[in-house]
Design a protein around this ligand. Structure first.
Ligand SMILES: [Zn+2]
Length: 286
């Protein structure tokens, strides 16, 4: 799933490619992808595109005061084409959930792999009408998001930091991959309770959060949409690297698995050398 750095790169990419163009029309490959009824998708026909913006992990394409907003979810992706095929997509017959045709023949498809269809698009006159945007916490890359703000958010939260960092209502844009990376850089256990972090640990976590995301934004910036997934994977130190060596200390990268996700960490760097309990592993050992 694309997170803040990849979504930012997609926004920059789309901003550049759609500059000076208008929407020709939207085609829906899946009716359920569009979560709004009014305005109708045809309301965007012929509208010149203005700005392309990011809200957390949402992409917002504005045209004459209307906003096409979408969220790629876990298995969704954006595929850009300089010359889209002329044939219209047929509902239900294609992995393409939504196609946006632009005035020079280019455009993009939103695709979704897998069976759990969670890709969501909205047409609204104000992005705040999208429930997922209305509930977003602060953006960790915002210039005015300070260490003091971050400390205030964490204070009194008797919640595990890993879960908090991924919670879009707490902080906008970080998901499962970058939360693993941030915690590794900060040398903190994913299961540490936010309220139990001391001042130095909060400071370390803030620096890790901003530094990791800024580095990933730099790495993703300017890359075409199709290269972003691989670039994200290549930049990971522990996330998705179970069994490989920690790049800092050489210990093996360990995993804790849950029903539909897993996290990766280094015990030497993050949990004083003590492996965390893994429910799946302990179930297997019973
Ligand atoms: Zn390590």
């Amino acid at each position: 799933m694309p997170e803040l750095p990849e979504v930012q790169a997609l926004v920059d990419f789309l901003g550049e490619r759609t500059s000076g163009l208008a929407v020709v029309r939207l085609e829906l490959g899946s009716i359920s992808v569009l979560k709004t009824y009014q305005p109708a998708p045809t309301a965007l026909d012929g509208m010149p595109i203005g700005t392309v913006a990011r809200h957390g992990k949402f992409i917002d394409i504005e045209a004459q005061g209307l906003h096409l907003v979408f969220h790629l979810a876990r298995a969704g992706w954006l595929r850009w084409s300089d010359a889209l095929p002329a044939t219209m997509i047929r509902p239900g017959k294609s992995p393409i959930a939504l196609r946006c045709r632009l005035s020079d023949g280019s455009g993009f498809d939103l695709t979704e792999a897998g069976t759990r269809k969670r890709l969501a698009a909205y047409i609204v006159s104000n992005p705040m009408e999208v429930p997922g945007i209305a509930r977003l916490g602060p953006d960790p890359m915002a210039e005015d998001f300070t260490a003091t703000d971050f400390a205030a958010l964490l204070a009194g939260r008797r919640t595990q930091v890993k879960g908090l960092l991924k919670d879009q209502g707490f902080l906008a844009g970080v998901g499962n991959a970058y939360s693993d990376e941030v915690l590794h850089v900060a040398r903190l256990s994913p299961f540490a309770l936010a309220s139990s972090l001391d001042v130095a640990e909060v400071q370390r976590l803030y620096a890790a959060l901003r530094g990791t995301l800024a580095g990933a934004v730099r790495a993703a910036s300017g890359k075409p949409a199709k290269e972003l997934k691989d670039a994200k994977r290549a930049g990971m130190r522990v996330h998705g690297r179970t069994g490989e060596a920690c790049p800092l200390c050489g210990d093996v990268v360990r995993e804790v698995s849950f029903a539909d996700s897993s996290l990766q960490y280094c015990a030497t760097c993050q949990t004083a050398g003590k492996p965390l309990a893994d429910r799946r592993m302990s179930r297997l050992l019973k």
